[in-house]
Design a protein around this ligand. Sequence first.
Ligand code: PBG
Length: 323
Amino acid sequence: MYLQRRNRILRQSPSIRSMVAETTLTPNDFIAPLFIDEGKNVAFEIPSMPGYYRYSIDGTIKEIKELWSLGIKSVLLFIKAPDELKDNTGKEAWNDNGLMQRSIKAIKDAVPEMVVMTDVALDPYSSYGHDGIVENGEIVNDPTVEALVKMSLSHAKAGADFVAPSDMMDGRIGAIREALEQNNFTRTGIMAYSAKYASCFYGPFRDALDSAPGFGDKKTYQMDYANRIEAIKEAIIDEEEGADIIMVKPAMAYLDIIREVKDSVTLPVSAYHVSGEYAMIKAAAKMGWLNEDKAVIECLTSIKRAGADLIATYFAKDAVKLL
Ligand code: PBG
């Protein structure tokens, strides 16, 4: 054969392949989610997330130092509130001496350069396990936004670099931005979960924080996975309202959405490789059906290739060690 084009030339050796690779993972790509509990010396392995732990603040600090030494520069914090602090107002969320606020301060004291991002939603504090305030069986938007504003200000005051509203209420990005401005938090960023889908892949996370909804589901606020254009609408509105980073969540089943959102906004885009995605790889690897390390790098590379500038993933530490 006399071929004009031989595409395999660029695939023939590891050196050539690495020269022409279009996507390369680096430690800068990752945000490590952390689950934090009250107490001391707590290291609770989440049953549906083997190898992933919920630590008390002391263990969290150890973890932070290790992440930093590996080159991971940002963490996303989630706390587990005890049942007695849960109610329908979620008021523990803006207790300036709450677990989240103490965790932020402790991390900033230990490793000041670590970028601390905090989850903003009422579910860990809600007696109903919903992301907002419940009235007559409905998750009410505007009173919830008021609560989220108080929560965000309290995180900013404690030293959070970014607040990350994951609640999917309407108008919360604008309201939080305005409140940050009014209170002189002009360096606090907002990472908006703009396209957050009502997904079955959050199951293990709800085990980790004991935050499963007590009734119904989250479909009146999180997005329908049948929809694509709606994700672009959400992202554009959040950009207009003052978000600094736009997030798509989950990641693997939503690579098309990551790409379209990336092409529709001028902000960095992050994608959340969620708990169920972690659990799937772990489970298949445990059965001997997948090579875990290869699956992790392939998935994370695909998420970046789809357009994610940042990836929140429970594999952050493992991935950096594999690079
Ligand atoms: C809470 C929140 C959830 C996740 C992040 N923030 C759960 C939910 O919306 O029910 C899921 C993360 C994961 O599954 O890894 N607002």
